[in-house]
Design a protein around this ligand. Sequence first.
Ligand SMILES: CC(=O)N[C@H](C=O)[C@@H](O)[C@H](O)[C@H](O)CO
Ligand SMILES: CC(=O)C(=O)O
Length: 586
Amino acid sequence: MDDPNQPYLLHKAGAVGARAGLGMGAAGRGWDGTGRDGTGRDEGKGREGKGREGKGREGKGREGKGREGKGREGKGREGKGREGKGREGKGREGKGREGKGREGKGREGKGREGKGREGKGREGKGREGKGREGKGREGKGREGKGREGKGREGKGREGKGREGKGREGKGREGKGREGKGREGKGREGNGREVSGKFQGREGKGREGKGWDGMDKDRRRSDGLGTGTRMRRVCRAGRGRPGCTGLAVRGQLLALSPPRPRSCPPGRAAPREPRGQRSMTPRKKLKGLVAATITPMTPDGKINLTVIRQYVDYLVNEQNVKNVFVNGTTGEGLSLSIQERKQLAEEWMCQGKDKLDHVIIHVGALNLPECQELARHAAAIGAGGIAVIAPFFFKPTNKDELVAFLQKVASEAPEVPFYYYHIPPLTGVKIRVEELLDGIKAQIPTFQGVKFSDTDLLDLAQCINKNETGEFEFLYGVDEQLLSALAVGANGAVGSTYNYLGRQTNLMLQAFAKPDFALAQRYQFLTGEFLNFVIKLGFGVAQTKAVMTFVSGIPMGPPRLPLVGASSEFIVKAKAKLDSIVWPKGD
Ligand SMILES: CC(=O)N[C@H](C=O)[C@@H](O)[C@H](O)[C@H](O)CO
Ligand SMILES: CC(=O)C(=O)O
C-alpha cells in the first residue's frame, strides 16, 4: 500500500443579561417553554407546565418540563423523563427538580459524566455543581455549572451552562436565577396563558425569558396574549447587533452571534422516543445530499442568518432534502468547534420539518474534539454523523482507522455513523472494501460510507459485499456519479447538489426509469460545467461564488487559507452555466 503519510496529489485544484440574563418579563417565555397552566404542543401537558409534548409539575413527557425543572425528554418536579425521573433522580436526558444531566442525575445523584450535589463532572463543576454533562443540585448544564459554579459559556447563581439549566431558570447559553439565557426559560415556565396549537413552543417564564422571547406584537400574533415586553439586557457586549452576551458579576461569559430569532439552537429536532429509535434513519437515506457551504460574513464570521433561506432554496428550488453539514464544502476543518456546533444547531433547527436528513460531519484531527462533536450532534438529534480519517498523524492500516472511528461512534450510540472516505484530501487511502470486514461488530451504528474517491473498483467491491443492503454508499465525486450509480451507489453527497441538484435529480430519475441516454445527457452537461471550472481552478472558494450567483444567497468569502474566487472566474463560470441547454423537461 502507499505510504499514507505521503501527500496525495489532487486531481483538481481547490482541494479542496447582564446579571446573567437577557431581560425578562412578567410573562416572558422561551422557545420551547412551557407554562404553569400551559399545555403541550402536541400531545399533552401537565398540571402546571408543559413542553412540547407535554409534561407538568408532576407530569412528564418526552420533551416536556415542569415548573421547576425540565429536560429534553421529560421532567417535572417529581416527574420524570423518558429514562429517568424524579425529584432526586433523573434520567438520561431528563431531570428533576433539583438537578439533572444529560444522562441523569439527581440532587445527590449523578450521571454519567457529571453529578451530584457536591460532585462534579467530567469537565467542570461548581459548588454543588456539575460537569460537562452532569449537573448539580440547583443547576447544571451541559458544559458545566452549578449553584455557584459556572460553565464554560455561562451560568448564573443557580444557573447553568450552555445547554443546561437550573432550578429556577435556564437557557441554552446560560442564565441566572431569574433570568435566563438565550433560549432558556423561567422559573415557572411560561405559556401560562397560552393555549392553542403552538403554544409552548416559544413560551417563556414568569420571571425569565429567552433569547427569542418575543416582543409584544409577535406574542400577540402567536396568540399568546400580551405581556411585559421583554427587554434585551445586554450589558456585556452592548452595541453588538443581536447581542446575546451574558455576564455574571460583570464577567463576560458568553457571546454568540446574531441568530434568526425564530431558531433557538439545539431545540429543533427532538429525537424519537427511545423505543422507536433504530440504528437506521427514519427514512432510508437515498438520492442527493447537499454538502452544505458555510455562509460567512464579509469579515469572515459564520453567517447563520441565511440558513433558513438556504434550506428553503435547497428544498424548493433544487428538490434536495438532505444535507451534510461541516464537511469539506462547509470548510468544517477550518471552523472552530464552537462554530461547528452553532452551524449544526442552525441546520437542525431550520431543517426541522423541511429536511429529511441532516448528517453532521464531526471529524477532526484529534479524538476528544471528534467525540465532543459527536455527543453534540447526538444531543441535537442529528440524523447521522460522519467522520473523516485523521490526516496529520494518519492511521496506517484498517485496524487503526477502525479503532479511531469506533471511539467517535461510541459517543453517539444511537446515531447512524458514516465513514467519510476522501483520500484526495486526507491522504488516507485505506481501501473501504477492506474496512467493511467486521466493522459492524466494532461499530454497531455503522451505516455506510460517503465515498469521495474515483476508485470505482473499491466502491463496486463494497457494494458487492453489501449483499443484504444494510449499508449505504453515498458517492462524492459529482462529475462521475452516473458511473457510481451503475455499480450500485445508493445516493450521492456533493457540493454541486447545492446548485445543480434539480438537474442531477433528473439524472437519477432517468437512471431509475431506465433511460440511460437521458441520464448520460445530464451527466455530460453537469460534467461539461465542472470540466470547465476545474480547468480554471475549482474548489470550495469557487463553489461559494457559484452558489452565490446561482441561488442569490450570499455565501460570502471562504476562510483562509482559501481565498475568494476571482471576478474573472465568476464571469466565466456564470457564462458557461448560462450557456448550457438542459434536456427538455427541465
Ligand atoms: C473534494 C471535494 O470537495 N469533493 C466534493 C465532495 O466530496 C465534491 O462534491 C466536489 O466538490 C465535486 O465533485 C466537484 O468536483
Ligand atoms: C462534498 C462533500 O461531501 C463535502 O463537502 O464534504
